[in-house]
Design a protein around this ligand. Structure first.
Ligand code: HEC
Ligand code: HEC
Length: 208
């Protein structure tokens, strides 16, 4: 348990509870890794601005707080099996998972430029509109139902789609993603991942 989670009465001289809960507490976990120590510091893999590592660790900056929190709970419970992130999540308690999720949700959306100059094949945008846009929004900015995909590393996106195809990732309640992924051929997984990673991270338009 980190010191900032003690009852408000114990630290009235220095900080207000609301500052702690939604501000520095989450940032502290991101920098320090909480109980797990420095090797689990989020910034090591997810970048100083939450932009990801351009490879297997996704951007977290600007993703919805509820989505991030659900992923942390799913990792901790083993519903989303990933040896490393299961360890990271299990070293945090549920209050700390909320704090760190709120921290990353509050950062401006930021990703890295695509790792390759290879462009997605013609027709990929149309495939996206047909198969994915109803849930993930125009250009992958995300909706209330599904997370943003724009500005995520192509390797990461392809990995997730393959994990669903093999039922390794199975934490989507109604199997929407299982069905969407299983309809894709290997070449389509690759093309959609290239296409989405090349769209810069940006906030969803408030009008949507
Ligand atoms: C040693 C590297 C490493 C560290 C440290 C690390 N992560 Fe991760 N994280 C990853 C990788 C790799 C993935 C992709 C997992 C997968 O493929 O399912 C990931 C995935 C995630 C996801 C899923 C995001 C999404 O779009 O679904 C969240 C949330 C997350 N990490 C949060 C954190 C937080 C919070 C911390 C610090 C407390 C942290 N991570 C520390 C490597 C790391
Ligand atoms: C019926 C709605 C729906 C459709 C259609 C859909 N998705 Fe999803 N997708 C979701 C939901 C919901 C999640 C979040 C699941 C969870 O909570 O982990 C998700 C998550 C994802 C993720 C993981 C994001 C991350 O940060 O880890 C990827 C990648 C993805 N979808 C790609 C696609 C692609 C590509 C298509 C089109 C072929 C598609 N989705 C179609 C609902 C949908």
């Amino acid at each position: 348990m980190l010191a900032f989670l003690v009852p408000a009465s114990a630290c009235t001289d220095r900080m207000t509870p609301s500052d702690d809960r939604f501000g520095r507490g989450g940032e502290l976990i991101a920098m320090s890794g909480g109980e797990g120590g420095a090797r689990y510091a989020c910034v090591t893999c997810h970048g100083a601005r939450g932009e990801g590592n351009g490879f297997d660790a996704p951007r977290l900056a600007g993703l919805p707080a509820g989505y991030l929190q659900k992923q942390m709970e799913d990792f901790a419970a083993g519903l989303r099996p990933h040896a490393l992130m299961m360890d990271v999540a299990q070293f945090l308690d549920s209050d700390e998972r909320v704090l760190v999720s709120n921290h990353y949700a509050g950062l401006p959306p930021a990703g890295l430029p695509p790792a390759t100059t290879e462009q997605a094949a013609a027709g990929t945008a149309a495939l996206y509109v047909r198969a994915c846009q109803s849930c993930h929004g125009a250009e992958g900015v995300g909706t209330a139902q599904a997370p943003p995909l724009n500005g995520q590393p192509a390797f990461y996106l392809a990995q997730q789609l393959q994990d669903w195809q093999q039922s390794k990732r199975r934490n989507d309640g109604d199997h929407a993603m299982l069905k969407a992924a299983q309809q894709l051929e290997a070449a389509e997984v690759r093309q959609l991942s290239l296409y989405l990673s090349a769209i810069p991270a940006r906030p969803a338009s408030p009008a949507r």
